[in-house]
Ligand binder design. Structure first.
Ligand SMILES: Cc1cc2nc3c(=O)[nH]c(=O)nc-3n(C[C@H](O)[C@H](O)[C@H](O)COP(=O)(O)O)c2cc1C
Length: 139
């Protein structure tokens, strides 16, 4: 059974390139093996991540991610059964979510995933993917 999970969290310190690179490296090797796909948005003091895959695999990965001390205030926004992946082409794509980033035309600077509905969060996510350039691990 396939599921799509969405959560939001706050990095504990500044997000450095090293942290992001490590996350993308882990995602590339682990998510490919577990057949998990998704998107990680980062910026404005937030991480917003979608994980798609077999329910048991997504549960295991989410538990691992929750235990990661690089972030806090992890809040599950949505976990739904799906018949089709929306982000099936990426083991984990990175999209910048920052109103200060000129690469991002943030049309909803007031967006706060902690209070938004999951539906709105997914709409914003779709917008970010369209306007920002998803960065994909080339390996
Ligand atoms: C915001 C965030 C997103 C992450 N996403 C993933 C992911 O999609 N896949 C993954 O394997 N690890 C991800 N990680 C890393 C895991 O939390 C964990 O550090 C890693 O999987 C441990 O791998 P290891 O047991 O091989 O050291 C993420 C970490 C953070 C902070």
């Amino acid at each position: 059974m396939l599921v799509r999970l969405l959560y939001v969290s706050q990095p504990v310190g500044p997000i450095t390139t090293t942290i992001t690179t490590l996350i993308l490296e882990k995602s590339d090797s682990h998510n490919k093996k577990a057949n998990i796909t998704g998107v990680l948005c980062q910026g404005s003091g937030l991480w917003l991540q979608v994980l798609e895959g077999e329910r048991s695999k997504v549960n295991l990965l989410y538990a691992r991610i929750m235990a990661d001390r690089n972030h806090q205030n992890i809040q599950l926004l949505s976990m739904e059964e799906i018949t089709q992946r929306r982000f099936g082409q990426w083991s984990m794509a990175l999209v910048y979510l920052s109103k200060d980033d000129p690469m991002v035309q943030m049309s909803h600077p007031e967006f706060d995933p902690y209070t938004a509905s999951a539906k709105d969060a997914f709409l914003i996510l779709d917008e970010l993917i369209k306007t920002g350039t998803p960065i994909v691990n080339a390996s």
